[in-house]
Every structure is written in C-alpha cells, then in structure tokens.
Design a protein around this ligand. Structure first.
Ligand code: ADP
Length: 447
C-alpha cells in the first residue's frame, strides 16, 4: 500500500517539476497544478494496465509466469499464484485418492455398482460387469432395472427394504450350468445406492449336496431300521417255534450288519475328508498289500457265492507306494469287493499291480461282470450313486465304495479310471505317479 502511495506521489512530483521547469515565470502555479493532474492520470493509466495484465493472465488459465513487479498488483499476483498452486495440488491428491479407492473396489471379489438416486448406473467394477453382463461404454447412466430384469430383484428394489439381500440367476445361468448371485443394496449419501453382488453358486451347490447327503444317509439307515423294528415286533407278538425264531434273528443280524457297514463307510469318508494328507515318505509294500487283497478276495468270494470265482493275482515284486497302508488297502479292497459282488460265480477276475514303462505303477481289477453303460460312468464316484440299486443292496453295498476309492486316489496323487461296457465286464484301475513309487530292490542296493 505504501509503495502504491509513494509511486503516485512520485509521479505527481515528477510531473509538477516538469511544469515548474517549463512554465514562464509568474504563471508557474497554474502549470504545476495542471501537470500534477496529468501525473495522476498517467499513474492511473499505468496502474490500470498492470491490473489488466493480471486479469488477462487469469483468463488465460494462469499457466505461465507473469513479471508484474511489486506493489498491490504484485502481491495480488503472488497470492493468486499460491492459491492456485495449493488448489491444483489438492486436486491431484484427491484424484489420486479417488483412483486408489476405485482400484480397491475394482480388486474386490464382489461385484460393486454405484447407483444414483434414480438407480442409474454411475460406476461398476469388472466383477459386476461379469455378473450382469454390463459394458462400460454402453451401460453407464442406464437405469439398473432396465438392464437386470429378474422379477425377484425388481420386487426387492421397489420394496426399498434392503435389510436383507436377494438371490437371482447370474447372466450365464443355464440349466446345465446354474449360476446364482446374491445381491445386496445399501443406501448412502443423498439417496444413492451401493449394490454388492456375490457369486454363490459353489456355496449353493455345497449346501444342496449337504442336504442330499443328509437325506440319503437318513434313507439308508431308515430302511434297515424299519425292517429290524418289524422283526422285533414279530418276535414280541407272535408265538414262534425255534426254527422260525432263528430265521428271523438271522435276518435281523443281516440288517444290523448292513447298518454297521454303512456307518463304517461313512466314518471312513469323513476321516478321509478331515485328516491331513498321507505322508509322501512312508512306504507301503506292494507285496503285502497284494497278499492282503488276495486273502480278502478269496474269503469274500466264498462268503457271497456258492461257487467261488476264478481269481487271478499277479504283481511286480518289490514295488513300494508312498502313503497310508490303511487307505491304500481300503481303496484296493473296495475295487476287488465290487468285482466279486457284481461278477457271477466262477467267472474270471484279474487283479494286478504292474509297473509302467514311464515310471509309476497301476493297480487294476478286471472282471467279467455285467459291465456299466457309459452314461453312468462319470457319476459312479458320487456318494450313494448306484447303477443297480437292488443288486447293490443284496450284496451288502453302501453306495459309498467308489467315493472312498476316489478320495484315496486324490490323496495319493493317483488317478482312478473306469473302462467298462455292458455285457463285456469292467476294468477299474488306480495309476500312481512315479514320484509315489519306488522299488524295494533299488532301496536295498542304496543301503
Ligand atoms: P456299492 O456299494 O453300491 O457297490 P460303489 O460306490 O462301490 O457302491 O459302486 C457304485 C455303483 O457302481 C454300484 O452300485 C454298481 O452299480 C456300480 N459298480 C461298481 N463296481 C462295479 C463292477 N465291478 N461291475 C459292475 N458295476 C459296478
């Protein structure tokens, strides 16, 4: 401010001096006054020009530097520059923070859609685009309800009660490959909405499997229990002779054994699912496994059939498999048990443990039984899946044998393959990879 006054006074003084110097003697005062006025006017014009430059600089976006000097305009210029610098720094900072937020939302495993108060789409992440089939260029600012036309979702949205979510089919839902989404809306800001979507297909399938499993187990247990209860009532109410009583008791014992087998298979399955993977450094002798299997097979064949099967066993001696002896024996005897149960008496059953040229071994059971139609093969390892329900029950099957075999195979890095054709018999094999197999002969050479 002082500079401003000083420059005005200096301008006036300068002009007054020129007036005094140039004026004829006697008339000085008139010219001095006139020149002082001219000086003021000049100062005003120069001062205004600086103001105009500053204004022009501002209008031009204030991008370049401006040499405007000191004084009022200089200070105004400096302050404006500082304010502009601060505000552009703040803008850059908040833009980068917004980018970070959007990147975090983009990385979310849930679908995120931001809707305005009219339910028009303002932003969505890639997961939401996949869930609903949105395209960023086409669908921004579209009404969400126009793009997602599920009736359940429409009712949920119009009710505007978002305490709970709603489930709806995903974009790629089809009868062969169902996709289920869980969608939740939340209000925020001034009537805006945040939509979160989650793919719950796997959870739904697991829940459906759990429900089926419980229903199957209940059914499997209820059948022998009903039969048992019937016999108990008969024994209690009817006067039976010794022979009849023995017959009923025999039938009751059969049902009790059936329940025991079922419970034992269920426990085996739950142990396989819940226990840590078998060690890759404990070696199980193939010779011992095959001896046990052969003994079990002959006993079972005798027990189930009046005339036993033509059982043939062969194996590469000295082979060892890394894993759990109990689990391996359970898987192998399940496969042999099935062959014996489903193959008519006297027919041939081949069981073997064979080294493969590329390393590893294959355990196989080949029977001359009824064979299995192709459409059943992919489903055989499902729990309680049976091709011939009554045949399975008659021979004491639980429908869990192949599920157990599949689990054991997975836990040992092995592969279960089924080769079968109706009327031609079946071959079930377990292929163990080279890293799970060694030869006892090699080991004894090392030591
Ligand atoms: P189950 O206790 O009923 O035998 P599994 O899980 O062991 O249950 O087998 C599932 C179904 O696969 C059986 O019910 C049977 O229909 C079929 N199956 C298994 N092994 C054989 C086989 N060797 N020959 C013919 N069918 C078989």
């Amino acid at each position: 401010m002082y500079w401003r006054l000083l420059s005005l006074v200096l301008c006036q003084l300068g002009a007054a001096c020129i007036g005094w110097w140039a004026a004829p003697k006697g008339d000085e005062w008139l010219l001095i006054l006139a020149m002082t006025l001219v000086g003021s006017y000049l100062w005003f014009v120069l001062d205004s020009l600086r103001g105009v430059r500053l204004l022009r600089w501002l209008r031009g976006g204030a991008t370049n530097d401006l040499a405007i000097g000191n004084g009022l305009w200089g200070e105004a210029y400096n302050r404006i520059r500082r304010m502009l610098r601060d505000s552009s720094r703040l803008t850059v900072e908040s833009e980068s923070r917004l980018k970070d937020f959007l990147a975090a939302l983009q990385a979310s495993p849930s679908g995120v859609v931001l809707l305005d108060s009219q339910a028009r789409i303002e932003w969505f992440n890639q997961t939401a685009a996949d869930h609903f089939g949105f395209d960023a260029r086409r669908d921004l600012l579209q009404h969400f309800g126009n793009l997602v036309r599920d009736p359940g979702f429409a009712a949920y949205m119009s009710a505007r009660n978002f305490l709970q979510g709603v489930t709806m089919p995903g974009r790629e839902n089809s009868s062969s490959k169902p996709v289920t989404l869980s969608v939740n809306l939340h209000f925020y800001g001034d009537g805006r909405m945040l939509l979160l979507s989650r793919d719950i297909t796997v959870v739904e399938q697991a829940e459906a499997m759990r429900r089926d499993f419980v229903a199957n187990v209940s059914h499997e247990i209820r059948t022998p229990l009903t039969v048992l209860a019937g016999f108990v009532e008969t024994l209690q109410t009817l006067p039976l002779n010794d022979q009849e009583r023995q017959r009923y008791l025999g039938l009751m014992s059969q049902q009790a054994t059936r329940m025991q087998t079922l419970v034992s298979d269920l426990l085996t399955l739950s142990r396989l699912e819940g226990s840590p993977l078998p060690s890759a450094h404990e070696w199980v002798s193939g010779d011992v496994l095959m001896q046990q299997c052969e003994q079990d097979a002959r006993d079972l064949s005798h027990l189930l059939w009046a005339q036993s099967h033509d059982l043939r066993f062969e194996h590469a001696p000295g082979c060892e498999i890394a894993g759990s002896a109990l689990e391996l024996h359970s898987a192998m005897s399940n496969l042999i048990g099935n062959a014996i149960r489903y193959t008519p008496a006297q027919r041939r059953i081949d069981v073997g443990l064979k080294s493969l040229p590329e390393g590893g071994v294959v355990f196989y059971v080949k029977d001359q039984g009824p064979g299995i139609a192709q459409e059943h093969i992919p489903r055989l390892t499902e729990r309680f899946y049976r091709v011939d329900r009554s045949r399975s029950r008659e021979t004491g099957g639980t429908g869990l044998g192949l599920a157990i075999v599949k689990h054991v195979a997975q836990r040992h890095g092995a592969e279960l393959s089924i080769d079968s054709f109706p009327g031609k018999g079946s071959t079930f094999s377990l292929t163990f990879p080279p890293q799970r197999v060694r030869s006892a002969l090699e080991v004894s050479n090392i030591h």
